[in-house]
Design a protein. Sequence first.
Lengths: 345, 345, 345, 345
Amino acid sequence: MSKIKVGIVGGTGYTGVELLRLLVPHPNVDVIALTSRTEAGRPVAELYPNLRGHCNLAFSDPSGPEIADCDIVFFATPHNVAMQTVPDMIASGQRVVDLSADFRLRDAAQWSSWYGEPHAASDLLAEAVYGLPERNRESIAKARLVACAGCYPTAVQLGFLPLLEAGLIDSNSLIANAASGASGAGRQAKVDNLLTEITDSVKAYGVAGHRHLPEIEQELAVAAGGPVKLTFVPHLLPTIRGIHATLYATITGDCDDLQALFEHRYANEAFVDVLPKGLYPQTRSVRGSNTCRIAVERPQNRDTVVVMSVIDNLVKGASGQAIQCMNIMLGLPEFTGLNGIALMP
Amino acid sequence: MSKIKVGIVGGTGYTGVELLRLLVPHPNVDVIALTSRTEAGRPVAELYPNLRGHCNLAFSDPSGPEIADCDIVFFATPHNVAMQTVPDMIASGQRVVDLSADFRLRDAAQWSSWYGEPHAASDLLAEAVYGLPERNRESIAKARLVACAGCYPTAVQLGFLPLLEAGLIDSNSLIANAASGASGAGRQAKVDNLLTEITDSVKAYGVAGHRHLPEIEQELAVAAGGPVKLTFVPHLLPTIRGIHATLYATITGDCDDLQALFEHRYANEAFVDVLPKGLYPQTRSVRGSNTCRIAVERPQNRDTVVVMSVIDNLVKGASGQAIQCMNIMLGLPEFTGLNGIALMP
Amino acid sequence: MSKIKVGIVGGTGYTGVELLRLLVPHPNVDVIALTSRTEAGRPVAELYPNLRGHCNLAFSDPSGPEIADCDIVFFATPHNVAMQTVPDMIASGQRVVDLSADFRLRDAAQWSSWYGEPHAASDLLAEAVYGLPERNRESIAKARLVACAGCYPTAVQLGFLPLLEAGLIDSNSLIANAASGASGAGRQAKVDNLLTEITDSVKAYGVAGHRHLPEIEQELAVAAGGPVKLTFVPHLLPTIRGIHATLYATITGDCDDLQALFEHRYANEAFVDVLPKGLYPQTRSVRGSNTCRIAVERPQNRDTVVVMSVIDNLVKGASGQAIQCMNIMLGLPEFTGLNGIALMP
Amino acid sequence: MSKIKVGIVGGTGYTGVELLRLLVPHPNVDVIALTSRTEAGRPVAELYPNLRGHCNLAFSDPSGPEIADCDIVFFATPHNVAMQTVPDMIASGQRVVDLSADFRLRDAAQWSSWYGEPHAASDLLAEAVYGLPERNRESIAKARLVACAGCYPTAVQLGFLPLLEAGLIDSNSLIANAASGASGAGRQAKVDNLLTEITDSVKAYGVAGHRHLPEIEQELAVAAGGPVKLTFVPHLLPTIRGIHATLYATITGDCDDLQALFEHRYANEAFVDVLPKGLYPQTRSVRGSNTCRIAVERPQNRDTVVVMSVIDNLVKGASGQAIQCMNIMLGLPEFTGLNGIALMP
């Protein structure tokens, strides 16, 4: 079988290089294009020396012809980029996996209010499939446009889903205390992300309102079959990778065995690993892998259930999940190219 | 005025060396004894080279005569040590500041159930004053025995106090999501605390039940004037120092201005700094200092209030707080020897 | 072709789990045994959760029958273990790849003086092949017993080899200033390796004499065709993985183009990457990969040449190199199972 | 005695805030001015929350009147700033302590070749006193303009001085392998200094030629009484603070007891601590303090001597040393305001 031609728009960021780390050895695809406005002409291995000897691609200009030749195009761009060009790509028969936030919200007005500008392709919002395979596998398979779930939203949703789908918790008072490594902020020259500013420290941010909040509430509402209210507090960790979400909810239904509930829900999921009772996940156990590890606990047997959920924000929270979606779109086994073992220690 | 003679029992751990860092330059005390069963005879500066040139003390055996000569004795020991010898010290007229957990719970049976052994000095539990100056300043001044508040309990209580004292929140569904640097685990040779095991990672632990839970619930109940139920989830951070507590509560009372509530509550506290509205604390901003920095937020103006509270677990969470208590016991200004500025970056 | 049966003696340490990470997906081998005296019966994925879903092996007792069934046995043990049982294995027709120091020195007396005990299998020292493929590929192919090069020795030798083989430097005054991440110290419960003791800090150690010194001098002497004197100063870095060796030598021969010398020497080596002139290697660029990246510089065009050489101490410095040796012993392409791309960021 | 009025030009960087941390509690000075072009009007405690409650200063514009009122002015600026305005300050009777590189080299042409622009105040180069108190105490006392020694130069010179002053080593083949925490690169928005780019990694930089090289050679030549050739290789460490210099030299003279040589040389120096034989310094042992800790070793009793020297780059390598110089200029005890104990752990 001939290989699928794949392109990456916006390849200088961390999700871009992570797509390459995973796609270059992927047996069914050829990455033929990698764009960057600022680095056009420069070999990607110059920017990311880990790719030396593995990838000879040079960045090309986004306006060049290379991308037009691709069967599938990944967008590893900041928001407000994909929505400018995706409509034309879809129209010309290409399929798109967007890692950015452009097509995650179904309501254009809501998108505008959180991102501060009008949506440039609101016609596509209804069609875009939310790229969380553990919820939307069938729709992803047929999708022309997949809007990959965000990093925090992936960790938070996978933790809440078993409880909400089973109607066991009060969906009106959910709490997600989440923490991310610094790669979540991308590869941007900002004082706030210097090692000297954030190592050996921790802080909350975006407490008054983070852009991942509406995305999580929107999707959890579907799972819950009704409105969801979430208090979402992200924190910045002095690590490179990793998201740890600690979730709290009030139990309102009957459940003798939360552990079994979680194990059943994810029994057939290749990338969700429910830990044995009493063990809690560490972010390092998923470093570089596409796995989400989850534990559930009911402290003191009181009314509050606690779920811990960890992912690598650059893999299951971004590039790995995008490739998982691509595999589904192509009818490949979901774990193709994604079965690398996490780096530990 | 002649200097107060001070001794430290159990000086090899991190709270021990931190007591020395702060007490050696303290203008009103002389540290004359420092004990260690395992290191007796060894100069402390050999173990902690930062003390070279500042402190010539050598460890002495706990059974030796040096401690008996002290006016005030600090216990920087694991639990189950202080309660063996404190009764005799009190009887002989010495005053004790215990940094361990031995005298923090008022109920001996509860202590036994959490610490797995009978309490050896339950007679003193009623007399021991809980060492959180922002609550118990007057009692500390007269105390013979102060049981210093634990590290997590300090950060959590200072965050909840304004809300509970004002009766604004549901005391039955409190949540404390807290995270500590690795020095909180002490200086013990354990695989779990190796750099290779915990750096570049984060995890929750003790979710089913942590020993700081009953201490926090006991003290918050006093502030609330009734029973308190807390879900307490501690996490291990890849940092040396620092506790970040993110607190969640359901607002049940009326309050137009949470910011003002917090600012008023701590207006006269030298070591509690309420940040301007919209700013959130970083643990590094208190590194090495006795300050607790706090912020309060009500996301989306919904029913859940979020409080962020940071301390240096070895200072305001242990040795600094112990010295603050000592200053109060001696009638000195509380900040004597404690006005060092945090190290940043 | 049926798969080769492989066993690992001493699988609880970091080189053990790293062998598993690389061998489990290896297409030509089956890991059928993994021993540990202390953890016998326990699933390895309990100790190393990154292996959950990838490896169902449980530790077995070293005295059990499993190891006897293996075609090739890896020793991932501290020194003084392999030499006790390797002679019997070799006698019974098994081939051995020893990651420990037991068979690296050819002189039993020298071994004894550095390791403080008599050598238990000195008869095998002459036969053991030093496992640095870039020097000894042909001998490794036929070897019954390979003594894998140590971590520092690998980085240091690969850096000096082009210069020494070409006779360009004074072999009597070599300097290797090397630094290693904490995983080089293994997974041992020692206060010295706690995060609190070594993060945000750096120190030299073993300056008066480190056990890797005689190994490096022995092998470089072969390359130089005469005695070699090295000053070797290792340092401990606050990182998990990675060795950075900065090498200094006095140029005594003529060489117009050091860059070309290095590029030629390693032109056919899959795992040695000479960087373009003016670029210097970062340890993160080899994190998790079997690559050694090297740069050479002659500052101010004076007489001192500087070589920088980085490896992942657990991969090219241990488990990856052992598998590279195994591939050679089995006649497989050297990069089989070893072409993973380094994790960056 | 009335307090000395002190100003800081360029207060937004890490050496600026570190000057404040040390000067605010200093008993003999008042910081009355703190300038920043970009942050004029903003309270410094907004930028550096560790100063909240300790320092009410706001940044003022450098062209404002505040600086003119100061008795002593510190420059905590990048190079090429101080030399523009220092001549006028000196002319008007102010004394200047420059932490930048502007007045460290005595040869204007050499300065130009390393810094890429003409020197704007070459007339002052002859008068400027090189601010390394352990060499130039008497000149500093009388100086109008002190050019503080750089961070690497301080660690390297203090390590080599005893050997060079005693004529024991070949001054023609010195090697300084040095490594610095990321604060040495300042508080600049650069991708290269992001946590994601440099944590859990190490690299060399500036190998072909670093600006600290001519400064070190110039000053060591004075100590050696003749020309000095140094190979200087700096490395970037994944730490906030700390410089570790590992120095190598060939012994050419007779010395039975290198340990005694170092101890004698620094017997009267408050801020240089020669460790007992066999102990090596860690950077954390000087974190936040003005101390330089040194060890000397002669491995295998061969011809190469190894010196290890550690400082906190922001204290003894910058702001602490500047204050030490100021104390000397004012006739105060050198340790005034500088006797804080390093933060450990």
